[in-house]
Design a protein around this ligand. Structure first.
Ligand SMILES: NC(=O)c1ccc[n+]([C@@H]2O[C@H](COP(=O)([O-])OP(=O)(O)OC[C@H]3O[C@@H](n4cnc5c(N)ncnc54)[C@H](O)[C@@H]3O)[C@@H](O)[C@H]2O)c1
Length: 281
């Protein structure tokens, strides 16, 4: 697979202080793509900063609460000034809170929608505006060939938008991710003339810090997720590593230049069958 076009490009990744976002940053860094990370934590993690020297690329960290439109927009303006261009946006920042529907608090609903949906929207909107400006200044005639110019926007949604698990009560989270998925096709239509492709990846169950947090609060949860996952014989859930091939392919205009308007479910088969009943307790 040829992903050589990623060299020298700039990827804006949200939520890459840890978890899937950090793995995505590492995979794109290996392809020599420069990395701008937006995350709410104050200080950049060492693992992220190390990627710069390791792969001879530029890595910058921006502490940013993506749920604030003004904060997201001013941060993307800084990224544009620092890197000179934005080619890729991956929205991996997200939160989840387990609350049954009838007792879901207004606070959970508002926070979940504000970060997962509004935050992804604001950052993608600012990145798209920057991409359009870059493309229009380099080429006067539309449409743009997505393989030679353009860009790639990738939202991270969830297996739960395809098939919810009976082991969790996360309706606010699922609705927020379904709303994000709802952006993919209309944005693919609007951005097509600029050669900017818009897709989402729906991860299955992945062992990240978010999952470790859930595991602490609900010890049987990961066991249930293992049982629901076809590959691995019910013994494991996914590793962030398992998402990197599809992610890099969609980011690359050479490898994924004809893919737009799609949601790619990468779940070890968990969404493909009738799940075993969740165990009690
Ligand atoms: N881990 C899984 O099994 C799984 C499955 C399906 C979907 N997902 C989705 O993938 C994405 C990454 O998941 P993860 O497991 O790596 O989660 P994680 O909790 O490990 O990482 C999420 C990151 O988002 C950041 N963040 C939270 N609020 C923010 C805000 N307001 N502004 C900026 N950054 C903020 C956090 O600081 C953190 O670094 C999430 O959107 C999640 O919903 C995860």
């Amino acid at each position: 697979m040829d992903v050589s076009d990623l060299k020298g490009k700039t990827a804006v990744i949200t939520g890459a202080a840890r978890g899937l976002g950090l793995s995505f940053a590492s995979a794109l860094a290996q392809a020599k793509c420069n990395i701008a990370v937006l995350d709410i934590v104050d200080a950049a993690p060492e693992d992220l900063l190390r990627l710069g020297a390791q792969h001879e690329i530029r890595v910058e960290y921006y502490a940013c609460d993506i749920s604030s439109k003004s904060h997201a927009v001013s941060t993307i303006t800084r990224v544009e000034q620092d890197f000179g261009r934005i080619d890729i946006n991956v929205s991996a920042a997200g939160v989840v809170s387990d609350e049954p529907f009838v007792s879901t608090t207004e606070q959970n609903l508002e926070r979940t929608m504000a970060i997962n949906f509004n935050g992804s929207f604001f950052v993608a909107q600012a990145c798209a505006a920057s991409m359009i400006k870059r493309i229009e200044s380099s080429q006067s005639k539309l449409p743009i060939d997505p393989v030679t110019n353009g860009g790639s926007i990738i939202f991270i949604t969830s297996i739960a938008t395809h098939i919810p698990s009976a082991a969790q009560n996360i309706c606010a989270y699922i609705a927020s991710k379904a709303a994000v998925k709802g952006l993919v096709k209309p944005l693919a239509v609007e951005m097509a003339p600029y050669g900017v492709r818009v897709n989402s990846i729906s991860p299955g169950y992945m062992m990240t810090d978010m999952m470790r947090g859930l595991q602490e609060r609900q010890p049987d949860l990961v066991r249930q997720f293992q049982k629901e996952t076809l590959l691995g014989g019910g013994e494991r859930i996914g590793d962030p590593e398992n998402l990197l091939g599809p992610l890099v392919m969609i980011c690359s205009s050479k490898a994924g230049g004809w893919v737009t308007g799609q949601d790619l479910l990468v779940d070890g088969g968990a969404g493909s069958w009738k799940h075993p009943v969740a165990s009690e307790g």
